[in-house]
Design a binder for this molecule. Structure first.
Ligand code: FES
Length: 103
């Protein structure tokens, strides 16, 4: 069970441009792929670079520091050097806003 929080205006989320936000102590990266939206932790599990500074390739985010990749849909760590999956969060669209559910 989590709590829904307003995360961003949909107009602030561009295809292929990860968007970093902070809600309380949570650092979150938001992504738009077509008309689908996803949210993950923004902190790479390898050495804490910000994924929102990375490159989004389809549904894969590439970390800007050592080029490890995660699947933004599942959080799965896909390529070396990342080994630990990244946290993902449920999202929903309410009107023209994106909301994210945090634990
Ligand atoms: Fe992300 Fe090293 S900090 S791959």
């Amino acid at each position: 069970q989590g709590t829904w929080h307003e995360a961003a205006a949909l107009s602030a989320l561009s295809e292929g441009e990860p968007h970093g936000i902070e809600i309380g102590r949570h650092h979150i990266a938001l992504y738009r792929v077509g008309n689908e939206f996803y949210a993950t932790s923004n902190i790479c599990t390898h050495a804490e670079a910000l994924l929102s500074d990375g490159m989004l390739d389809g549904c894969e985010i590439e970390c800007p520091l050592h080029m490890g990749r995660f699947d933004i849909r599942t959080g799965e760590a896909l390529t070396s050097p990342v080994e630990i999956d990244i946290q993902t969060y449920p999202v929903r669209v309410t009107g023209d806003r994106l909301e994210v559910c945090l634990p």
